[in-house]
Design a protein around this ligand. Structure first.
Ligand SMILES: [Fe+2]
Ligand SMILES: [Fe+2]
Length: 265
């Protein structure tokens, strides 16, 4: 009995195996396989888009920032942006320089501004040549810095007396700030052109850079040779603002001496 029982038990044990085999076989049948493929395929596609496509974009961004070829493109973009900035600045200066010329007292300074306007127009042509060399349309982009510098020059005109050398000294100060902005811009752009292998552009920008340096030097010479010396002799009414500043300084001095007196030795 024990053997028979054992055989039956074995048969029973075998039965689930068959069932298991059937169950196992079921998914391989064509009809049963179809929904599984559909179910499995849908999430797979989503996963591919979500998990793979997004990182791919990020990877592409990383690659664009790290591959040497694309780094050059970024630098080219920076170069073009710089050109647009100085293009606007130079055009703006052709309108600002005649105002400075009219405001100036000495003929020497008037002449310097007049001549620099002519030079500035040539410089605009040179920037356009650089745009042409790199195959980019010449477009001006507002230069906030140059707008600010010319506004400062306007303030000097309104805050100084007409016909004085002090006004000229102030105009030279304002004009030299403009020249230094240009020197920084053209110096930087010439360096970028050199790095990008744009030799002709570098030479054109370098030519303008030298002109700006010469103008700055000329303004210094005008200031130190006569204008500053003459301006130093000029007297005029003290402005209210200066009175306020003097009072503030006096008060500070008083407070400082009070503190010194009260400080324990
Ligand atoms: Fe210029
Ligand atoms: Fe200039």
């Amino acid at each position: 009995m024990a053997k028979a029982t054992g055989k039956k038990a074995a048969a029973k044990q075998a039965a689930p195996k068959k069932a298991a085999a059937k169950k196992a076989a079921a998914p391989t049948a064509k009809k049963a396989a179809a929904p599984i493929v559909k179910k499995a395929a849908a999430p797979k596609k989503a996963a591919v888009l979500k998990k793979v496509a997004v990182p791919k974009k990020a990877a592409a961004k990383k690659a664009s920032a790290s591959s040497p070829a694309d780094q050059k493109n970024l630098l080219q973009q920076l170069f073009v942006d710089g050109l647009k900035d100085i293009y606007w600045a130079e055009k703006h200066l052709t309108k600002a320089l005649p105002k400075l010329m009219r405001a100036a007292t000495s003929d020497q300074l008037k002449q310097a501004f007049e001549e620099h306007k002519v030079v500035t127009e040539q410089q605009i042509g040179r920037v356009e040549q650089v745009f042409q060399l790199i195959g980019v349309k010449a477009v001006a982009k507002k230069c906030e810095a140059m707008e600010g510098l010319t506004k400062e020059a306007d303030s000097i005109v309104s805050e100084t007396q007409k016909g004085t050398m002090s006004r000229d000294a102030g105009l030279i100060l304002a004009a030299q700030k403009v020249e230094h902005y240009e020197i920084a811009s053209y110096g930087g752009l010439a360096q970028l052109a050199s790095t990008l292998g744009l030799e002709e552009a570098k030479n054109l920008l370098g030519q303008t850079l030298q002109e700006e340096k010469d103008t700055d030097e000329r303004l210094t010479q005008i200031a130190v040779s006569s204008i500053n010396v003459e301006a130093e002799k000029e007297k005029g009414p003290v402005k209210e603002e200066e009175n306020k500043e003097d009072n503030m300084q006096e008060n500070k001095g008083e407070k400082a001496s009070e503190n010194q007196e009260s400080d324990p030795v």
